[in-house]
Design a protein around this ligand. Structure first.
Ligand code: NAP
Length: 408
């Protein structure tokens, strides 16, 4: 007998799911897992940004009821590709919000960046389960996001491998036994480099993550370690842990995905191969488990695991995120907006790799922290962070970067 409170149908009815950001790295991994479990899931809605061809192909493959594409210019291509299939489709931001509202027991939130906040909130308000990959949504809206989930009776499941690991070993019923949580970080492709060497790195080098295959933005965030900074803020909100009880530990092999340390000296960790299909499957089947084709961990073959303290002089983004979390108010959404703006400028070849954190720092200095009273204030802080970061970037000397305009 299935517990209806978990958002699953009874008598083995398939779990009805929607995927916001289905064409991305997390989205395609989610569809891969669904396709391997016929009859277990029914896809009600999928949404993407601009890739009409892949979105239409996915919709046909999984039999989605509704498809939304954010980019209105991509509408003719989507409409033509779905013609005669009977699949309902629409374009524009409102269509993506509609995908979030569509009836489902379980939603994957995997749009990249703050653009995912509004559609994810629609899914949260619907109730059921939201599997959260889109960390920027939680970084921006923080407590307002978690309060919205409580109000709607929505269960948030963490997809980020670190937070999923913590979720698996975090004794929520006996929180008084928990001392701290320890987020592991691979350190990214530039883990051992000096700032001078990092400054000369190209886009192709920045996205070449040593362990994980991910989208462009998160790969760059991993290289600057802003990803770990965003995850620190995410962990604070997901697990209601104060900032000073969240540690970061560099672990280049990405085998130990994170840890929880208890008052008696016990440290519980979750381990696995670096493949996002494990945490995604954990959320898809939760509270059960499902098979995945993920390569099984062979610790004897790996031989050694290593751990280092992070270096916030070479990776200032981590320090900036910690400071933004401590500052409270709108510092976190401003930090996130500045980072998204700076990453886009780096991708376009307008700034150097090491300028990304410099843009974020300068933006935060130019934006005195203001209180966040409601979601409108979150969107206003996001707009302010983008505007000020763009001004900071415009003030930089023009740089000539070899990767400008190059395909990734
Ligand atoms: N990749 C990972 O392994 C991983 C791990 C942990 C957490 N995450 C988090 O998961 C999120 C997604 O990461 P990703 O690596 O999967 O990113 P990605 O590969 O760049 O995919 C992003 C997805 O968002 C869609 N999108 C972009 N703008 C949109 C908009 N305005 N409206 C609707 N859809 C939009 C994209 O559509 P198009 O394809 O049409 O552009 C695509 O489907 C990020 O928040 C990331 O931090 C990712």
């Amino acid at each position: 007998m299935v517990d209806p409170a978990l958002g699953e149908g009874t008598d083995g009815a398939p779990r009805r799911i929607s995927i916001l950001g289905s064409t991305g790295s997390v989205g395609t991994n989610t569809i891969d897992l669904i396709s391997r479990a016929p009859g277990r899931f029914k896809v009600t809605a999928i949404a993407g940004g601009a890739n009409a061809a892949l979105l239409a192909e996915q919709a046909k493959a999984v039999g989605a009821d509704f498809v939304a594409i954010a980019d209105e210019a991509a509408w003719p291509a989507l409409r033509d590709a779905l013609s005669g299939t009977g699949i309902e489709a629409a374009a524009g931001d409102e269509a993506v919000l509609e995908a979030g509202r569509r009836s489902a027991d379980w939603t994957m939130s995997s749009i990249v960046g703050a653009a995912g906040l509004a559609p994810t909130l629609e899914a949260v308000r619907r109730g059921g389960i939201v599997a959260l990959a889109n960390k920027e949504a939680l970084v921006c809206a923080g407590r307002l996001f978690t309060e919205e989930a409580v109000r709607a009776g929505c269960r948030i499941l963490p997809v980020d491998s670190e937070h999923n690991a913590i979720f698996q070993v975090f004794d929520d019923a006996r929180r008084d036994g928990i001392e701290k949580i320890i987020l592991t970080a691979s350190g990214g492709p530039f883990r051992t480099l000096s700032r001078e060497k990092m400054a000369r790195k190209t886009l192709a080098q920045a996205v070449a993550h040593p362990n994980w295959s991910m989208g462009v933005k998160i790969s760059i965030d991993s290289a600057t370690m802003m990803n770990k900074g965003l995850e620190l803020i995410e962990a604070h909100h997901l697990f209601a842990m104060p900032e000073d009880r969240i540690d970061v530990l560099v672990h280049p092999q990405s085998v130990v995905h994170s840890m929880v340390s208890y008052v008696d000296g016990s440290v519980l960790a979750q381990l696995g191969s670096p493949d996002m299909r494990t945490p995604i499957a954990h959320c898809l089947a939760w509270p059960r488990r499902m098979d995945t084709p993920v390569e099984r961990l062979d610790l004897a073959a790996i031989g050694q695991l290593s751990f280092f303290a992070p270096d916030t002089d070479r990776f200032p983004a981590l320090r900036l995120a910690r400071e933004a979390l401590r500052a409270e108010g709108d510092a976190a959404p401003v930090l996130n907006a500045a980072n998204e703006t700076a990453v886009a400028a780096f991708v376009d070849g307008r700034i150097r790799f090491t300028d990304i954190a410099a843009v974020v720092e300068e933006t935060l200095q130019r934006c005195p922290t203001e209180p966040i009273v409601d979601l409108e204030a979150v969107f206003a802080a996001d707009a302010k962070g983008r505007r000020v970061a763009a001004q900071v970037i415009a003030g930089f000397d023009g740089v000539s970067i070899a990767h400008a305009g190059a395909a990734i």
